[in-house]
Design a protein around this ligand. Sequence first.
Ligand code: FAD
Length: 279
Amino acid sequence: MNDPIALSFEFFPPKTPEGVDKLAVVRQQLYALQPQFCSVTYGAGGSTQDGTLQTVQAILAEGHQGAPHFSCIGASRASVREQLVRFAALGIRRLVALRGDLPSGYGAFGEFKYASELVEFIRAETGEQFHIEVGCYPEVHPQARSPQADLQAYAAKVKAGASSAITQYFFNSDAYFRFVEEADKLGAAIPVVPGIMPITSSTQLLRFSDACGAEVPRWIRQRLQAYGDDTASIRAFGLEVVVDLCEQMRCGGAPGLHFYTMNQSAATLAICRGLGWAA
Ligand code: FAD
């Protein structure tokens, strides 16, 4: 069995009571992998605030470290301060601090323009109380003025006090290693954990990737499209591709793996089994 590296799992807040029950089962299945923490996404503008916190509270009550994602778009200093007090009172010690994206029909940016300003504010308000994760983009954030400007923006988050980073998902390992090397050269040397997206559906993956600017290499796209509705072949191929990617990350010294679980356990468990980390 390979030595496992730190694992973390990302969930989104379920919208229905059935979804809440289903996620509780998924979490129990994934806890077998002894995650370092589980994070819960946050609808920019605060649209899922209650669901995010309820899910994090459930994770904490189950004896695991729960980390809310927290986006500052549309927020004021007073509202962020209020949330930080609430987080601390609930026993939350880790946050994923993001800018977020403006939901359609949402006009104003609020008092924070970039995630670096949020990180700086959290540190100024709460010192070292929280482990602050930030997002980063080995294939460049889609709105960045240039790759170099994006790296500088990442370095600004590190300088503002980020403890570690989680990447947008990618399938090209060179992009990750190059990003880490370039960030190190800028003096922004915090742990950068690869975000891993299991491949279970062709249409979902291609839609998601187009929306968030993650590149699906041509050879993967072509193979997925060729499988058509053959879900079993898509899953088998996806498993092979992602296990191989994780293995490259582990061998190349990545400090952990963060799984975008999509509130499902099967694909993540299968990948960890493929890596020799799960029974
Ligand atoms: P920033 O770091 O602020 O960067 C945003 C853009 O601004 C980049 O293009 C950057 O290059 C540019 N920029 C930054 N600073 C400057 C500056 N000083 N001058 C000029 N340009 C600048 N979204 C959600 O809504 N909810 C979630 O729960 C969520 N979870 C995520 C988890 C992870 C691990 C990741 C990687 C992303 C997540 N996102 C989430 C998506 C994220 O909110 C979007 O990608 C958003 O567009 C950028 O957020 P950021 O924190 O990386 O922003």
